[in-house]
Write a protein that binds this ligand. Structure first.
Ligand SMILES: Nc1ncnc2c1ncn2[C@@H]1O[C@H](COP(=O)(O)OP(=O)(O)OP(=O)(O)O)[C@@H](O)[C@H]1O
Ligand SMILES: [Mg+2]
Length: 359
C-alpha cells in the first residue's frame, strides 16, 4: 500500500501507524471476524450494528458505508466484518489502483448482487472515476463511454445492488458530493488504554503468548491509542520475553523490552524525544521556528513536522503557534526537566524572548 499523501512515517519506525511488511503478514490472523469481537469504537459499532441488522431484516443490501480515521484503527477490519455480517463476498481495491474510469467500470460491472466493494483510500481516486462512482452509488448504473471524440456514445449499464465501503484517513479531502452519497459514516477514534489492553490480551491469546494484566497495561500505555501499534509492540515484547526471560510478559518485562526498543512510557520514540529535548534544552521551550528545530535534531523539516509533531501535539506536549513551536508544561515534566521561570510560552502575552537567547 502506498501512503505518500498520508502522514509520513519512517518505514522502520516501531511506533509508526502505517502497516509495515510484517504487520501485513500477521494482521490477517489478528483481525476480529465479527462485530461482537471488534473491541472499542462503541458508537460506530452500535450504529453499524443497526444498519446491518435492519438491512438483513429487510433482506436488502446494506447502505453504503464510509469509514474514516487514522491508520491502524480498524477500517479494513471493519469493512471485512461488514461483508461477513451480511454473508456477502467482498471485493477489495483502492483509490490509487483506480486510475481510469474504465478500471472502475470493469470492477463495478463484475459485482454480484449484495457484494461488498471495499475501496480503501477512497480520497485518492481520479476525478473521472469519482464521477462514475456517484452514479453507481446512487442509481446502480454506469455509463460506459465507447469511442472517442464526436462519435463517442454512452452506453448505460445496469448494476446489481451492492454495498460500497469506503475507507479514508483524510475525510476532509473527500468532495462533498461523494461524502453525501454514503448512508452511514463511521468516524474511528483513537482507543482508550483499557480498550488496547483488551486488544493485547486477545492478540496474545491468538499468538499463544502468555501475558499478565500489568504487562498488557504497560504495552497499552505505549501504543498511541492504535491497535496496530499495540499488536506490533506485543510482538517485540514477546521476542524479549522469550530470549531474556521465561516467556511470560509482566510489567517489568514489557517495560525493559520497550526500553531496549526506545519506546518510552508514553509511546514516544527516539525521534519524538529528540525533538522535545532540543525544544526544551536548546531553545528553553520555544517559541522556535520549525526549520531551526529540524536543524537542531539533524532531521528534515518534513520529518519533524509530519512524523514527530502530530503525536506530540495530540499528547499535549507541543503546540504550534504563529511564533513557532512551543513546549507545554507537560513536556518539561515528561522529560524530567524543570521549566525556567516564565518558560513554555503558555502565557499568550509572554515576552517571547525565552528562546535561544533567553535568560
Ligand atoms: N477494534 C479492534 N479490535 C481488535 N483488533 C483490532 C481492532 N482494530 C484494529 N485491530 C487490529 O489492528 C490491525 C490494523 O487494523 P486495520 O488494518 O483494520 O486498520 P486500518 O484502519 O485499515 O489501517 P490503514 O489506515 O493503515 O489501512 C488489525 O490487524 C487488527 O488486528
Ligand atoms: Mg486499512
Amino acid at each position: 500500500m502506498n501512503w505518500d499523501d498520508a502522514p509520513a512515517d519512517t518505514p522502520d519506525r516501531l511506533v509508526g501507524s502505517a502497516a509495515d511488511r510484517e504487520d501485513q503478514a500477521v494482521e490477517a490472523a489478528l483481525r476480529p471476524k465479527e462485530l461482537d469481537e471488534f473491541i472499542g469504537q462503541e458508537r460506530v459499532r452500535q450504529q453499524l450494528d443497526l444498519v446491518l441488522k435492519a438491512a438483513r431484516q429487510r433482506n436488502a443490501t446494506a447502505d453504503h458505508v464510509l469509514l474514516s480515521g487514522a491508520p491502524g484503527l480498524g477500517k479494513t477490519t471493519l469493512s471485512m466484518i461488514i461483508a461477513a455480517e451480511m454473508s456477502a463476498p467482498i471485493r477489495i481495491t483502492s483509490g490509487p489502483a483506480i486510475q481510469h474510469a474504465g478500471d472502475l467500470a470493469a470492477i463495478l460491472s463484475s459485482l454480484t448482487e449484495g457484494e461488498v466493494l471495499f475501496l480503501d483510500e477512497i480520497h485518492r481516486m481520479s476525478r473521472p472515476a469519482e464521477e462514475m462512482l456517484y452514479m453507481a452509488m446512487e442509481d446502480f448504473r454506469v455509463d460506459v463511454i465507447v469511442g472517442k471524440g464526436p462519435g463517442a456514445t454512452a452506453i448505460p449499464l445496469e448494476l446489481p445492488p451492492f454495498t460500497l465501503v469506503g475507507a479514508t484517513t483524510r475525510a476532509g479531502l473527500l468532495p462533498p458530493p461523494l461524502r453525501d452519497r454514503f448512508g452511514f459514516t463511521g468516524h474511528m477514534e483513537f482507543y482508550a488504554p483499557a480498550e488496547l489492553e483488551r486488544v493485547i490480551h486477545r492478540s496474545a491469546g491468538l499468538l499463544d503468548v502468555r501475558i499478565d494484566a500489568d504487562g498488557a497495561a504497560e504495552i497499552a500505555g505505549r501504543s498511541r491509542g492504535t491497535p496496530r501499534i499495540a499488536n506490533r509492540l506485543l510482538r517485540r515484547v514477546r521476542d524479549y520475553a522469550q530470549v531474556r526471560a521465561d516467556g511470560v510478559i509482566t510489567r517489568e518485562i514489557a517495560a525493559s523490552a520497550l526500553e531496549v526498543y526506545e519506546v518510552d512510557a508514553r509511546g514516544l520514540d527516539r525521534l519524538d524525544r529528540a525533538v522535545l529535548h532540543a525544544l526544551l534544552k536548546l531553545f528553553g521551550g520555544g517559541p522556535v521556528g520549525l526549520s531551526t528545530l529540524a536543524v537542531a535534531v539533524g532531521e528534515e523539516r518534513e520529518t519533524v513536522e509530519e512524523v514527530a509533531e502530530p503525536f506530540l501535539v495530540r499528547e499535549g506536549l507541543l503546540a504550534r503557534t504563529p511564533r513557532g513551536r512551543v513546549a507545554t508544561p507537560a513536556a518539561w515534566s515528561h522529560l524530567g526537566l524543570v521549566p525556567p521561570p516564565q518558560a513554555g510560552g503558555t502565557s499568550p502575552g509572554g515576552s517571547g524572548q525565552t528562546g535561544l537567547f533567553g535568560t
